[in-house]
Design a protein around this ligand. Structure first.
Ligand code: NDP
Ligand code: GDR
Length: 323
């Protein structure tokens, strides 16, 4: 019989890639979606009829338990969160409700309704924040620098705690930044590649940016959802860092993106304090040796290829008058 998976956050970047992957593997895929006045599920439009969507919300614990009873999943991937770091300073309480307490709500629903489920929690390299070790591994202590990072650290610890307290098969994937042509427009990679395409097409002539010196370990979302799935196929639940083991500055990202369309970024990019954060994460670089050894996982897309893939996709979109 086909395995069943429930994905929260199926309308997000990772949810759409994960749903594709699980469908390819023969899973029956269920997704939880929030009710909105206009249903725009663009990232999963191509999966219509292949995945089953159900209304629910991480804030509504009863909706989670009801969904588990209805769908009877073997695996639950908790990808839903308020995931944009700057918003977490504007809405710290809401971020805590979704990104931190939402995890406990789901774990409680699993514990009482379907304790045999294998549970994946989407943890983040933002938990390392002001890093205490370079590169960062599963053993590096956390020092989060934003309400988002703090909330994710809570989500990580409660996942480990429920594993240890109630013997749930619960894993925390500590994923470093991962991107794709489906990335939201406010995140730095997509902001740059989309605006490069608009500039190249003559639709604008300036690009305001924040801190160009920040360094990130950027990989491809398609690779990272495969690591999530692998974590749930192990004999024992455990936590894993998933990263490329390379770090690059935002400036390098900007240079490569503009160069892809034959432009010099210095003519267009300027610093706008509105995009500078109250506290920055200066340097992230992950050591994914454990994921490689135990999961047999390795990234297939490197930084330059990733940026160029995103620029090319945005050039096509802008040409077609799409976002
Ligand atoms: P996105 O922001 O693209 O997607 C977030 C998803 O969460 C959307 O489907 C959104 O639904 C849903 N959501 C938000 N709040 C709620 C809620 N209260 N109830 C139900 N659903 C909700 O994120 P990504 O796909 O990039 O990331 C997936 C997860 O991985 C997130 O938890 C993120 O924090 C984490 N992560 C991401 C990394 C990355 O680099 N991408 C790295 C490490 C961790 P809607 O469409 O309705 O807004
Ligand atoms: P991040 O991603 O905060 O790492 O969180 P983001 O792409 O927003 O920022 C990366 C770095 O770029 C710098 N930066 C800018 N960022 C944005 N968004 N806009 C700008 O104009 C800009 N200029 C410079 C930022 O200061 C930062 O240093 C992402 C999210 O997906 C989280 O959900 C996830 O947990 C982490 O990655 C891992």
């Amino acid at each position: 019989m086909a395995k069943r998976a429930l994905i929260t956050g199926i309308t997000g970047q990772d949810g759409s890639y994960l749903a594709e992957l699980l469908l390819k593997k023969g899973y029956e895929v269920h997704g939880m979606v929030r009710r909105s006045s206009e249903e725009k599920f663009e990232r999963i439009a191509h999966l219509q009829g292949k995945v089953t969507l159900h209304q629910g919300d991480l804030l509504d614990q009863f909706s989670l338990a009801a969904l588990l009873s209805l769908t009877q999943p073997d695996e639950v991937y908790n990808l839903a969160a308020q995931s944009f770091v700057p918003t977490s300073w504007n809405q710290p309480v809401l971020t805590g409700e979704f990104t931190a307490l939402g995890v406990t709500k789901m774990l409680e629903a699993i514990r009482h309704t379907r304790p045999q489920v294998r549970f994946y929690q989407a943890s983040s390299s933002e938990m390392f924040g002001k890093v205490l070790e370079v590169p960062q591994t599963e053993d590096t202590p956390f020092y989060p620098r934003s309400p988002y990072g703090v909330a994710k650290a809570y989500g990580h610890h409660i996942t480990v705690n429920y594993r240890e307290s109630f013997k749930l098969f619960a894993v925390s994937g500590i994923l470093f930044n991962h991107e794709s042509p489906r990335r939201g427009l406010e995140f730095v990679t997509r902001k740059v590649t989309y605006n490069v395409a608009r500039i190249k097409h003559g639709l604008q002539d300036k690009l305001p940016m924040g801190n160009l010196d920040a360094k990130r370990d950027w990989g491809f979302a398609g690779d990272y959802v495969d690591a999530m799935w692998r974590m749930l196929q192990q004999d024992e639940p455990d936590d894993y860092v998933v990263s490329t083991n390379e770090t690059h500055t935002v400036k390098e990202l900007v240079e490569i993106a503009f160069a892809r369309v034959g432009l010099d970024y210095t003519k267009y990019v300027f610093t706008d304090p509105a995009f500078v954060r109250p506290a920055e994460v200066d340097l992230l670089i992950g050591d994914a040796a454990k994921a490689k050894k135990k999961l047999g996982w390795e990234p297939t897309v490197r930084f330059k290829e990733l940026v160029e893939m995103m620029v090319d996709a945005d050039m096509e979109r802008v040409k077609a008058g799409q976002r």
